[in-house]
Design a binder for this molecule. Structure first.
Ligand code: AMP
Length: 336
């Protein structure tokens, strides 16, 4: 039985980059991958860095609304937040007995995030990959889609599972399944509408730099029309976009939304100026985002519905994880 698990940290100001770069892949995985799909919001991970509690609450709900609005179908897939499934935190503690300081010290993400100030970091930031291991191992997950930056953490989860099985379980009855990494489909990288060298980001002070999932049709159109460009017409091949990051970004967005290559889009629009291309892109985005933003805004205003979605997912997840958590307690000799 194949079981795939993906987690994402809850963030606010959800934008086109989040949709094309992350959420759309999750939605597609529902159809393209066999077996069970589990999706969770990594709210417990979010407290490893300084954070504002009220924002975390709001962002958890906003992310849930976005996932459902974009097409995560909670009748087919499990959707929940970690905080509602205490087994994630419990299993992390149990795994802390197996994870080694040396393993965690080698993690690139820890080194990058801690920088020169290791002493000042939270213990949670150091133990972050152990919580990830718990997320995955709790459900006997067989497959985890991971980008390049997370491969090392999945390796660590396998090392922890292997050592735990070796130290505390018999060979014919391992407690944990060793998860396999799978490479998610290449996602588009969407840049700021004001500066083609910067990623479209929730934290950019200019709202004109990003198209948000909550934007209405007029706002989407206005942002596309005001997007920074250059005076040249579009080339007929991708190589003609070298050195034109803003033009490349707009064509990339069009290509991502229509599932075409940049060359195919240029085959259609090569020789045209932005006076023609921008309205076409604007229309395309308005039509694509209309059902999403309608549902997103509806859900954002319906806290009860959102909490019910997460509560139902969590209740199912708690059941799914219980046998593994029980087996881990027992293997360690803990009396409950
Ligand atoms: P963040 O809130 O920036 O951590 O992003 C949440 C998810 O959306 C991550 O999987 C990011 O890789 C993805 N994402 C954020 N911004 C962009 C962007 N401009 N283009 C593509 N993907 C993005």
């Amino acid at each position: 039985m194949m079981r795939t698990l993906s987690g994402i940290q809850p963030t606010g100001n959800l934008h086109l980059g989040n949709y094309l770069g992350a959420i759309r892949n999750w939605v597609r995985m529902q159809d393209e991958m066999p077996g069970e799909k589990l999706y969770f919001l990594a709210d417990l991970h979010a407290i490893s860095m300084p954070h504002v509690p009220a924002d975390l609450t709001a962002n958890t709900r906003a992310m849930t609304a976005a996932l459902v609005a974009c097409g995560i179908d909670t009748d087919r897939s499990l959707l929940f937040n970690q905080a509602r499934v205490p087994a994630h935190a419990e299993l992390q503690w149990l795994l802390n007995g197996t994870a080694r300081m040396g393993w965690l010290n080698r993690m690139t993400q820890w080194k990058d995030k801690a920088g020169k100030n290791r002493e000042g970091q939270s213990v949670a930031l150091f133990g972050y990959p152990v919580l990830q291991a718990a997320d995955v191992l709790l459900y006997q997950t067989t497959h985890v889609p991971v980008g390049e930056d997370q491969k090392q953490h999945l390796e660590l989860a396998r090392d922890i599972a292997q050592k735990f099985n070796n130290d505390f379980a018999s060979e014919d009855a391992p407690v944990f399944t060793l998860p396999e990494a799978i490479t998610p489909p290449q996602a588009a990288r969407i840049m700021s509408l004001r500066d083609g060298s910067k990623k479209m980001s929730k934290s950019d002070p200019s709202e004109m730099s990003r198209i948000e999932l909550a934007d209405d049709a007029d706002t989407v159109m206005k942002k596309v029309k005001k997007a920074k460009t250059d005076p040249e017409p579009l080339p007929s091949e991708a190589k003609g976009l070298v050195g034109r990051p803003e033009a490349l970004n707009l064509v990339t967005i069009y290509a991502a939304v229509t599932d075409k290559t940049v060359d195919a889009v240029l085959g259609e629009f090569g020789g045209e100026g932005f006076g023609k291309f921008k309205p076409a892109l604007g229309e395309l985005l308005v039509e694509t985002l209309r059902p999403i933003s309608t549902r997103f805004n509806e859900l954002l205003g319906d806290r009860e519905a959102l909490d019910a979605i997460l509560a139902r997912g969590a209740s199912h997840a708690r059941e799914l994880g219980r046998p593994t958590l029980d087996a881990a307690y027992t293997a360690l000799g803990l009396v409950r």
